[in-house]
Design a protein around this ligand. Structure first.
Ligand code: ZN
Length: 278
């Protein structure tokens, strides 16, 4: 069974509505939406007729803005596993590491910036500390709360899509082109798959294109970055190469994250607390 489904089961309508309430703690007549897990990714859609403008559908009503933001959210391709990933509310376990707390604060501050900066974040840390969860929560916030286009890409899955084009399933050019469209690109889990020259070339190509287009880019990796600036190459730089690493140093703030693997019990460090049913 897919780990996502194993973890969350098939969410009931009640569970889904709870998730939606987290997203929009709004007055009763504000347009509302639900977040659903569909075909391994998350989808958002408005709920029922608008209480403000239905049945006239006033173009200036917030429900039209909500529809556009749901479209952005759906295009972000956030994995279904992260249906509960939100930046607000986000309760941190008391024994979370100081670096994880700093990272969460940095991501939340980035998402709140009135004008998002061109520099993204590069999060480096061991598996299971919450890097991907935070990036999924960021993608949700940027699309639904801010109306910013975003794409969440698992690097291993991207490599599979590119390999499929070798057998005639789609065009390699179109896959690369799709990574240049969104304002914010999140490349998740770089370095956790089998390291190869080809996978490094793919990563370098993406970073070069984003750099040249001034596209905001976020990266997560389990490859250590901490030897940067000490005169020796880090594991990340050895893999990505000095040219690509130099570009990323300009494109992103680099944040080392440590902590306990939250996938192993107890694993509730980053789980948001859902409101109780009224
Ligand atoms: Zn309306």
């Amino acid at each position: 069974m897919c780990p996502a489904h194993k973890s969350m089961g098939h969410p009931s309508q009640e569970t889904i509505m709870k998730s939606a309430r987290i997203a929009i703690p709004a007055p009763e007549d504000e347009p509302r939406f639900v977040v659903l897990a569909q075909s391994a990714v998350l989808k958002a859609e408005p709920v029922g007729p608008c209480r403000r403008c239905s049945p006239w559908e006033d173009a200036s009503c917030n429900c039209h803005r909500l529809k556009k933001r749901c479209t952005l959210f759906n295009a972000a391709m956030i994995p279904a596993f992260y249906i509960k990933a939100t930046l607000q509310p986000l309760q941190i376990h008391n024994d979370s590491s100081a670096s994880l707390r700093r990272t969460i604060k940095a991501v939340q501050q980035w998402a709140r910036r009135e004008r998002p900066p061109e520099q993204g974040l590069l999060l480096s840390g061991p598996n299971g500390v919450g890097k991907s969860f935070l990036m999924a929560a960021l993608a949700r916030s940027l699309t639904l709360d801010r109306g910013i286009s975003c794409l969440f890409v698992d690097f291993g899955h991207l490599l599979q899509r590119l390999k499929a084009t070798f057998n005639g399933q789609g065009l390699e050019y179109e896959v690369f082109e799709s990574l240049q469209q969104p304002q914010v690109l999140i490349i998740d889990d770089v370095g956790s798959h089998r390291v190869s020259t080809w996978s490094r070339d793919v990563f370098q190509t993406i970073i070069a294109a984003r750099y040249n287009a001034c596209g905001t880019t976020f990266v997560t990796t389990n490859l250590p970055i901490t030897s940067i600036g000490t005169g020796s190459f880090s594991h990340f730089e050895k893999w990505a190469g000095p040219h690509c690493t130099s570009r990323l140093a300009e494109m992103c703030f680099w944040i080392p994250v440590d902590g306990t693997d939250r996938r192993r019990p107890p694993f509730s460090r980053l789980r948001p607390t859902l409101p109780h049913k009224a």
